[in-house]
Design a protein around this ligand. Structure first.
Ligand code: HEM
Length: 502
């Protein structure tokens, strides 16, 4: 029979086994949650807790209940659904007079669906944002009204009023003076849809987050992550306006010596923040769902548990993190190419014009320097010179492709210790990076047509998703789930007579 020494009890100096699995298991399967708590409390009190104060008893019993509840149903029937016992466990621990914590160890699966579902909307807004930029619609709304701006112009009068505001902007005066009301309606609708989708994402994510936190359907750690994502969504709205402002404020345009377009720095910040929100949602949602899958099917995840413990996997984990970082960096350099319209020069590949790379004089042109001693020559050219920025993007993209290929080749050597899903996502990454590279080349060769450029942007996010899923599938599950998997392996080893795990 399996005995569990609860860490909370050990901390209290109670080293003897407290409750057997069977005792708890019987209690669990036959009684209601509140009586479970009471009965467990009784069992504990009768055994060895008489010397401990009442509050400690409550503390100890709710903890014992929490572990044993999982452990018992796990060992008596490994394939049985764990979500029920988890639920019972949380309710039961809460119904005790002074529970240790009101937060469940694992978040409800709805939290995972919320994150993954909203990440699809974020993917859509990134593509819509790209289309808004490519159709040169981004500067059509010259105000930022987070609440009232949700309503579009309702009648012809409203449209004319909006058009008048746009006529006062540098973009209309310098680039679009021949535009009529119908053309304006198109660019306005693009930008308005982009902003509306942003508002929808905010509502769809923030409201359920508060609901899940208020009803304690989410673990403490995950609730902190969800609140962080809510903050980032709000910040992203502000960054969006900060970016648009750089294209309509005449002083800023003069300072940048630029035609009326947004600053490439602010565009990259906006795109980068969107990527961060997206990755945070995928990562949080995936780990919530994976913890649920583990609880439902521990026997399958036991093998996975052994794999991720392996020391030989640490180098591979490092590679995959490097791969993710490099994809992110390449995407950010792509934002600079897009922000500077640097895809409209050197439309040849792999050569840049007549040569492999432009001359040094062109790549580090003093005209970009803003100080007398030209101390900023190097970095200004790297971030503001179209030719240099395009060359950087080519170099980074090529390095990314090589690193993905190399990681894939390395994965073959240690295939047996790589978790199945991580291996699968790495294979997919190979295909996606190849497509993305070809799409990038075509975007350049065909002078940035809207459809190819939008597909290229979506490709970057798809590639990033694949790399993120590789990393997520190499991560350890939550502490509670790790304990269960470990106990499962120990028990299996005992049964088969094999050496137990360390
Ligand atoms: C791993 C491979 C690559 C990744 C992750 C990547 C990523 C990106 C991203 C995120 C953008 C910004 C899109 C936007 O904001 O609209 C971009 C733009 C661009 N990329 Fe790539 N890229 C890759 C490979 C390439 C290659 C090989 C080329 C061609 C040599 C290329 C050419 C371009 C061009 C011309 C643009 C500007 C498009 C525009 O103005 O909308 N990319 N890239």
């Amino acid at each position: 029979m399996f005995f569990f020494q609860n860490p909370s009890l050990i901390r209290l100096g109670l080293k003897a086994p407290l409750v057997t699995n069977k005792a708890v298991s019987n209690v669990f399967h036959k009684t209601t949650p509140s009586s479970i708590a009471a009965t467990i409390k009784n069992i504990a009190a009768k055994r060895s807790l008489s010397a401990v104060s009442t509050s400690n008893v409550t503390f100890a019993t709710s903890s014992a209940l929490r572990f044993n509840a999982r452990g018992s149903s796990f060992f008596t029937s490994p394939t049985r659904s764990f979500s029920t016992s988890l639920k019972q466990l949380n309710i039961a621990s809460q119904s005790a007079s002074k529970p240790t914590s009101k937060w469940p160890a694992n978040s409800h699966k709805a939290v995972g669906y919320l994150c993954i579902g909203t990440s699809i909307l974020v993917f859509a807004i990134v593509v819509l944002g790209g289309l808004t930029r490519l159709t040169e619609s981004g500067l059509s709304i010259t105000e930022w009204k987070p609440v009232t701006g949700a309503l579009p112009p309702m009648n012809e009068e409203d449209w004319i009023a909006e058009f008048e505001k746009y006529k006062a902007s540098p973009e209309f005066q310098l680039l679009n003076s021949g535009m009529d009301l119908d053309d304006f309606k198109f660019i306005y609708s693009m930008e308005w849809s982009h902003r509306l989708l942003g508002r929808i994402i905010g509502m769809v994510f923030v409201l359920p987050t508060f609901y899940f936190i208020a009803t304690k359907r989410v673990s403490l750690k995950t609730s902190a992550k969800l609140l962080g994502i809510c903050g980032l969504i709000g910040l992203q709205g502000a960054i969006g306006w900060w970016m648009v402002y750089s294209g309509i404020d005449t002083n800023l345009l003069e300072e940048r010596r630029s035609k009326p377009t947004v600053s490439q720095y602010r565009l990259a910040t906006h795109l980068g923040a969107a990527f961060v929100v997206y990755c945070a949602m995928i990562s949080t949602g995936y780990s919530v769902l994976r913890n649920q899958w583990i609880m439902k099917n521990p026997s399958e995840y036991a093998k996975y548990f052994q794999q991720i413990q392996s020391k030989s996997l640490s180098r591979f984990k490092l590679f995959t993190k490097g791969m993710f970082g490099l994809i992110f960096l390449t995407a950010m350099s792509g934002a600079f190419v897009a922000g500077l319209d640097a895809g409209l020069i050197y439309n040849t590949f792999p050569h840049m014009g007549e040569d492999w790379i432009p001359s040094k004089a062109e790549l580090f042109d003093p005209v970009y320097s803003r100080v007398k001693d030209q101390a900023d020559l190097w970095w200004r050219n790297m971030l503001e010179n179209q030719a240099t920025v395009q060359l950087e993007h080519r170099i980074l993209a090529t390095t990314t492709a090589i690193v993905v290929f190399a990681t894939h080749m390395y994965s073959h050597r240690i295939k047996t210790i790589i978790p199945r899903h991580a291996y699968k996502w790495l294979n997919i990454s190979m295909g996606v990076v190849t497509l993305q590279y070809i799409l990038g080349m075509c975007t350049l060769l065909y002078l940035v047509p809207t459809d190819l450029a939008a597909a290229h942007q979506a490709g970057a996010l798809t590639l990033l998703t694949c790399a993120l899923l590789v990393i997520n599938n190499l991560k350890k599950p939550s502490k509670a789930n790790m304990m269960i998997l470990k106990k499962y392996l120990e028990e299996s080893a005992k049964k088969s007579g094999a050496k137990p795990l360390n």
